[in-house]
Design a protein around this ligand. Sequence first.
Ligand SMILES: [Mg+2]
Length: 245
Amino acid sequence: MIDRPISGVLVDIDDTLLDNKSAVRHAISRIAAAYLPSHTDIDEAAAFFRADRNGHYRAFSRGEIDSRTQRRLRAEDLHAHFGGPVFEDEDAVVAWITAFDDAYREGWALHDDALPFLAALDDLGLPYGVLSNARRAQQVAKLAAVGLSHVPLLVCVDDFGFGKPDPRVFEEACRLLGTAPGETLYVGDEFDIDAAAAVRASLVGVWCDRPGAWERRTDEEVAEAGVVRVGSLTELAGLLRSPST
Ligand SMILES: [Mg+2]
């Protein structure tokens, strides 16, 4: 339950508005066809890539390594695990990233509940914006591709050189939205870096725990973090009220 009045909403992009899981799977299926043995299980490879067990993306979102480096390291981990080749030079890395990006872009699509959710926020008179731990250039292109160019893209990882879960990211997004953190709701698909981090930054933190999501948490963990769990954006829309009522 949402325990206080809400006057603004911040929304994560990947796997919250946009079905990133399917887009990554599509990209990995192309990568597998070009680089990995023919018996490679695409779902397993996509899950492995997304899990990023060595934390390269987290290191990138903390500002410790650049985007190119985190992508090369994740590609190398994937190849090492599934039997792909070692990159011989920088050109080979660039070719891999280009192949991934081309397929990834083809896979960009919104979750079915994304547009109705944003329409519900409009109906309620709640201002909203998005924030993301990905690079701004990519997220601008992504929002345009799915028809959401009009949605304010408040903060991306390159704005500060680091991203969520740092509370300064949420505070800046609230400042740009024009709402105090204590009356702002944030919804994202990752328990720690989205919902729990938002709570630590004094926002209402909502975890969008879609069916078939990557992450599992117990009710005790959710309650202990002070997080609100919903199964869809439709469910979240049903919990919101107009600030004027
Ligand atoms: Mg996300």
